[in-house]
Design a protein around this ligand. Sequence first.
Ligand SMILES: Cc1cc2nc3c(=O)[nH]c(=O)nc-3n(C[C@H](O)[C@H](O)[C@H](O)COP(=O)(O)OP(=O)(O)OC[C@H]3O[C@@H](n4cnc5c(N)ncnc54)[C@H](O)[C@@H]3O)c2cc1C
Length: 264
Amino acid sequence: MSNGLPSVVVVGCGFGGLEAVRALSKAPVESTLVDRTNRHLFQPLLHQVTTAGLSAPAVSATIRHVLRREMKRGNLTILQAEAIGFDVANRRVLLDADQSLTYDHLVVAAGATHSYFGHDDWAAHAPGLKTLTDAFAIRARVIGAFEQAERCTDEAPREPWLTFVVIGAGPTGVEMAGTMAEIAQHTLLQEFRRIDPTKARVVLLEASDRVLGSFVPASSQRARERLVKLGVEVRTGCKVTGIDADDLTYECHQTAEIRRPPPG
Ligand SMILES: Cc1cc2nc3c(=O)[nH]c(=O)nc-3n(C[C@H](O)[C@H](O)[C@H](O)COP(=O)(O)OP(=O)(O)OC[C@H]3O[C@@H](n4cnc5c(N)ncnc54)[C@H](O)[C@@H]3O)c2cc1C
């Protein structure tokens, strides 16, 4: 108890933590919000940052700004700190720098991370997309690849620079592949001299037999058609088996492939 009120510690200020804190600010409790960053991130638009379609401030804002109304109610403390463990028996959240917080009630809303399904060594070559840092890293690689292609004086070495593979056709992969095709086909059109950005290949690989597998089949089909129209090569039934700095290998269990239609 703090000030006679029950204390609540909320770990994480994504959508989950934010909603919890907003609701708790109207309750007779003393809340402490802990996040390792000082920014709330709108993940659904993160893929646009990877292709420079949006800047960081368009998808993130400081937690203190987002929660300024709740702060006025006087029962919320915001701390930028990393939760490194929980001492449940003694109701304590262990923080970095040897600090801790006691609580009467605990909300853990620390989000999820991507998985390499047992192939953690792929991380160096194929970063995930969950944070602004991830988005900037991918952006540097994508834009950097077009720049490297422009530096090539022959056609052959350009091709690998202009081949982009997105693995996994869930919502993030579908959005990512679509956005990459859009920048190649439209955004970068006038920006290079030696290369034609529209010649870039965007390949979307998915192990199951359809894109957006958690959606109804009609939506999967529509998404697939839209991707193909944007110029994405959609390959379902294809499971990635290896990634290194130069190559990606995959096994196909299904012969059907949709390829980029000819221009026009
Ligand atoms: C590219 C992309 C596109 C998406 N598109 C959509 C969409 O169109 N529609 C949709 O509904 N969903 C979409 N999602 C999913 C949706 O964004 C997530 O489900 C949602 O953001 C999860 O919210 P959360 O609060 O659980 O976690 P998160 O938003 O991940 O927040 C977790 C927070 O916890 C903090 N944290 C983590 N560990 C610690 C720690 N140890 N100590 C302190 N703080 C910590 C993090 O800094 C972060 O602020 C998308 C996700 C991505 C990545």
